[in-house]
Structures are given as C-alpha cells and as structure tokens.
Design a protein around this ligand. Structure first.
Ligand code: SR1
Ligand code: MG
Length: 421
C-alpha cells in the first residue's frame, strides 16, 4: 500500500490495499480468502472486520472528519497515532486489558489489531439485560494500573515528561472533550439536543449558577492537571465483553489529565445504565435485578480501584513523587499511608465531579447514550433521563460531602424512585 497519501478504505478496496501486509497475512491468511465488513458504529472512525482462511483481524481507520456529524467537522487523522500509542502503553501497564496491536500505519491512520470474538460492546449487553462476571473488578484494576503506572508515582521522570509532550499533541480530541463535556451542556450550544419532555429540568440546570461554576472548575482540572495518561473516553461503548471477559478499546482521546477522570466517566456510564433500565422493562420491576447488579459493579469498580492503587503505592512507588526515601526509608511508613489516604480522597472528589458532568453531557449535549436513546417512548425516556440529570447535579455540587461509594449507590437507588421531571 502506498504510504504517500491518505485514502479511506472500503470493504472492496481493503484486500488489494492491505493484502501485502505481513501482519495481516500471518493472522488472517492470504488476501484471496478475505471477507471484509465495515462495522463502525462509533462517532468517529471506520472499523473493518477482516475474516480469512487463518483467522480474523480488525482494521480501524480514522476518517478526516467526525463521522457522527460529517465532513463539515474536520478532525485530524493523527488521533490514530495517539490511539496506537495509548494501546501499547495500556497493554504494558495492564497486560491483557486491550486488544493486541499487530500493525500501525501513521499516514493511512490505520491500526490493525486483534478481533475480539465473541465479545460485544458492553453498552449493548447492558441494554439487553446481560451481566458479565468479574466486570467491576477488571475495570477497577484497569483504572488503577493504567492511572498509577502512567504517572509520576511510577514512571521514570524523563519517560513521563516525554509522554506528557507526546500526548499534549492530541489537541483536537481534547477540544471535543473540553467543549462537549464541560461547556456545551450548560448553555444552549448549537449541537445540543435533548428529549422534549426535559425542557423544564434543562432550563433549571442551565440557570443554576453554582453548577456552571462547578463545571468550569472541573474543566480547569481536566486541562491543567496532567497527573497521568488517561484513556480519555472510558464509557461502556469503549469496553468489549463476553460473559466472563472484559477488554478496553478505543483510547484515541488519550491525554494527560487528572486521575479521577477515567473512573468518573466510567462510573457515570454505569449509573446511566442503571437509570435507563426501567425504560427497557416490558413489565414493572423486570429489570430490578439488573439494576442491583449495575450498582454492585459501581461499588466494585471503586473498591477495586482503591485496593489496587493502594497495592501499587506500597509495592511500585518508584517515581519522583512521595519517594520511599522520604517516608519508609526514614521510618515514616505512616506518612506514606497518610499521603495515600489523602490522595485517594482527592481522586474521590474529582471522580464524583467528572461523573456528574458525564451524566449531564450524555443527555444534554451532542453525543448521547444508546442506553437512553433506545427507549422509544419519549415520556418514559425523559423520566429516566431526569433522574440521571438530578443525580449528576448532586454529584457535582455535593462531591465534598459524599462519604463513600455506598452513599453514591444509595443515592442512585433513592433517585430511581423519585420523579425529577
Ligand atoms: C464528536 S465526538 C462525540 C463523542 O464521541 C466520542 O466517543 C467521545 O465520547 C466524544 O465526546
Ligand atoms: Mg470511541
């Protein structure tokens, strides 16, 4: 394939263009045997599944624009470079957590990787009422390992500073997050949309001055606190599962940012899945068990995150921050424990705030969640979404006073019974 000019692939052109690629021939077989399907259902990219005599592969190619909106919104191809670099770092920091990468072509903005089968996108599984064994534990571990090991708590300083510079180039995808997550939901931005029955609560939220201030404090944390390499878009559409296995995909929004961001986004998406469940019921109470399970996943994610992060703190703290030479080596192990507790406390408060904004932007902004969108009856959808909006506000404004993940799930249970329209 010519490495000179970018050309978008099609299922028809792919075998001729990538047939010479050793990685693909080895994994999939000779190109004459290939069958190609385009299956991308995300907001940005082309995703092809290539099936051949010897196996399967995924070929993901960035488009020079936002797929969700069209060519009127150009988006640089280099996001593929950030995705590739994030994937190989996540694999090193939490082996087995992401698809294996087999090839990267920067000019064509292509990442060739392992086809996960029989995995499905977690969000679809949750909408269908499916459960996944070990999900919360695996996601909590992923967050702890990637966030700890991508930071100054762990990395050699020169390597970490080089990565900070590298991911600082992901300007346009950060710009999407900065606008779509932290600003647009809080005023009538041009691309926003919401379910018609929500007009009242939307007007109240947009005239809530404290909420606008809280959102911008969170935005400032996102833009200025380069604590660790984030996945950057860790929602249930960025996770693939079987009944027993969990993998994380799509880190093209990777950037350096605050430790609480990924965990907050992730937990927000489980809380939204929880609030959406009544909208998928064919009989009242049919999804009660699924709702309980979703909240148990929320608790497990946070508790596992804390346990694994604490374990890494005690066993792998080799970076320039909170050095053992300052604490343990001076006989001040207790100070290290105090610092750990303080840090987890700060991540907790950040996490709750980011969780709240994510719940708002998925209901008020451009990019909505299928969890709610699939509820055909607009009245039922609005009732579910209103509860999530109310909880998002509570998390953003009350973060400092919420004591423990059990208080968060209790709040979700209570609000699920309330009318917030
Ligand atoms: C224009 S992109 C909209 C959203 O899709 C991605 O998955 C990110 O969540 C982004 O905010
Ligand atoms: Mg994505």
């Amino acid at each position: 394939m010519s490495a000179e000019t970018y050309v978008a692939l099609t299922p028809e052109s792919l075998p001729a263009r990538l047939g010479g690629l050793a990685a693909l021939r080895e994994k999939v077989g000779p190109p004459e045997s290939w069958q190609v399907r385009e299956v991308g259902d995300g907001n940005l990219n082309l995703v092809f599944i290539v099936t051949g005599a010897a196996g399967h592969a995924v070929v993901k190619q960035a488009l020079p624009y936002v797929r969700l909106v069209g060519e009127s919104w150009p988006l640089p191809l280099k996001r593929s470079f950030f995705e590739y670099n994030a994937l190989i770092r996540q694999e090193a920091r939490d082996p087995g957590s992401v698809p294996a990468v087999w090839h990267f072509d920067e000019v064509q903005a292509i990442v060739v990787m392992e086809y996960l089968t029989p995995h499905v996108i977690l969000r679809q599984a949750l909408i269908a009422g499916r459960q996944v064994e070990g999900l919360g534990r695996r996601l909590g571990e992923f967050c702890a390992r990637t966030l700890f090991r991508g930071s100054d708590l762990s990395m050699p300083a020169a390597e970490r500073k080089a990565d900070l510079a590298l991911f600082a180039g992901n300007v346009e995808l950060c710009d999407i997050t900065e606008n779509l997550v932290f600003s647009d939901p809080y005023f009538a931005a041009p691309m926003n949309r919401h379910t018609p029955g929500l007009d009242g609560i939307v007007a109240r939220l947009r005239s809530d001055l404290s909420l606008k201030v809280a959102a911008q404090h969170l935005k400032m944390a996102f833009t200025s606190r380069a604590e660790t390499m984030l996945h950057g878009d860790l929602h249930t559409g960025s996770i693939m599962v079987t009944d027993t296995e969990t993998r994380v995909i799509d880190p093209e929004f990777a950037t350096y940012g605050p430790m609480g961001f990924d965990v907050g986004m992730l937990i927000a998406n489980f809380l939204m899945a929880h609030f959406s469940q009544p909208g998928h019921e064919t009989a009242p109470g049919e999804r009660a068990g699924q709702q309980d399970w979703l909240l148990s996943v929320v608790e497990t994610i946070w508790r596992t995150f804390v346990a694994e992060f604490s374990h890494l703190w005690r066993t792998e703290r080799r970076g320039i921050l909170y050095q053992a030479s300052l604490y343990e080596d001076q006989g001040h192990g207790l100070a290290a424990e105090q610092a750990l507790a303080d840090l987890i406390g700060r991540i907790w408060v950040d996490m709750l705030g980011f969780c709240g904004v994510e719940m708002h932007r998925r209901i008020l902004g451009l990019a909505h969640n299928a969890d709610f969108e699939r509820i055909a009856d607009e009245g039922r959808r609005a009732a579910c979404e209103a509860r999530a909006l109310a909880m998002g506000r509570q998390l953003m404004l009350g973060a400092g006073a919420i004591r423990g993940i059990g208080a968060v799930t209790a709040m979700a249970r209570r609000m699920d019974k309330e009318d917030h329209l």
